[in-house]
Design a protein around this ligand. Structure first.
Ligand SMILES: Nc1ncnc2c1ncn2[C@@H]1O[C@H](COP(=O)(O)OP(=O)(O)O)[C@@H](O)[C@H]1O
Ligand SMILES: [Mg+2]
Length: 277
């Protein structure tokens, strides 16, 4: 779908100033495709074709719900349609990400060689994060480094998986919240990518994000859960919020399968009805 961009859609001012190497992204061309597909089987249909370009989305869920697999599928779809990607994993090294993806039949090495994908080793990358520095300075350094990678391969998609360890050990939750707020705002302003951040919520907490700010900063929230039904644990996905998109809040049952990754089956209530038949 080609539509005209409306004026006045810029995100609020970030806490960092522009400087060489950190210029704000150019306005989009007057005509461009508004949405970009996630590649998750069944999801794009539910969300009117995909995510809004250049916006930030939160994929939240307990450990093992499939946040990383969701992220990788989003990346592989990007590669398939000519949108280079930068992936920043925090739970895994570059090598273990590549090896893990192979268990699902996904080859990440070829797109890496072709400069369609860059996986960043996040640990040294964010070693700079210390509370002795002014927060705006830390955010500026991290976003500048990300921008360098994004520019080098012309990335259109970015995934930070998960966003919390970015801030190192959490000593002061309000510092962490302010940091995440500054970081996400600057990422939208300076990188211009369609971005997924994941957030690992504590098991059984029912929270939407780890620090309670990620959900307000993002243009949409996709919640992955494990729902106990009839003595079984079902994987369920719910689109909790999606700006400028009709959402029906129906939980959908999904499976994790090789090659396709996350596969949405049907609404939970229909699935349960069939179980009882
Ligand atoms: N090769 C695979 N085939 C089928 N299911 C898999 C495969 N690899 C992982 N899974 C499933 O995906 C889950 C982990 O998904 P992951 O995206 O790493 O979760 P999260 O990032 O939310 O912790 C595992 O618990 C497992 O059930
Ligand atoms: Mg993960």
């Amino acid at each position: 779908m080609l539509i005209k961009r409306r004026d006045g859609e810029n995100p609020p001012p970030p806490p960092v100033e522009e400087e060489p190497g950190l210029e704000a992204e150019e306005e989009h061309a007057p005509e461009y495709s508004l949405r970009t597909p996630t590649g998750i089987v069944g999801l794009d249909k539910i969300i009117d074709g995909g995510l809004l370009r250049g916006k930030t989305y939160l994929v939240a869920g307990e450990t093992g719900t499939g946040k990383t697999i969701f992220s990788l599928r989003f990346i592989l779809k990007g590669i398939e349609i000519g949108e280079p990607c930068v992936y920043v994993p925090f739970d895994e090294t570059v090598e273990s990400t590549v090896e893990g993806a192979l268990t699902l039949g996904w080859d990440l090495e070829t797109p890496m060689r072709r400069n369609m994908l860059r996986i960043l080793d996040a640990r040294p990358f964010f070693a700079e994060v210390t509370r002795e520095k002014f927060m705006a300075e830390v955010v500026r350094e991290i976003v500048k480094e990300l921008k360098r990678h994004v520019s080098e391969i012309g990335a259109k998609r970015l995934v930070i998986d998960p966003v919390a360890p970015l801030v190192g050990e959490v000593v002061d939750v309000s510092w962490t919240r302010d940091f995440i707020r500054g970081f996400v705002t600057a990422v939208e302003k300076f990188l211009g990518c369609t971005t997924i951040i994941t957030s690992e919520v504590p098991t059984g907490s029912g929270l939407l994000s780890r620090f309670g700010v990620e959900e307000f900063l993002s243009s949409g929230i996709i919640k992955l859960s494990i729902t106990p039904i009839e003595n079984r644990n079902l994987r369920t996905l719910m689109v909790r919020k999606l700006r400028w998109t009709r959402v029906d809040l129906t939980p959908y049952v999904y499976e994790i399968k090789p090659l396709e990754g996350i596969v949405i089956l049907e609404p939970l209530h229909e699935y349960v009805k069939k179980l009882k038949e």
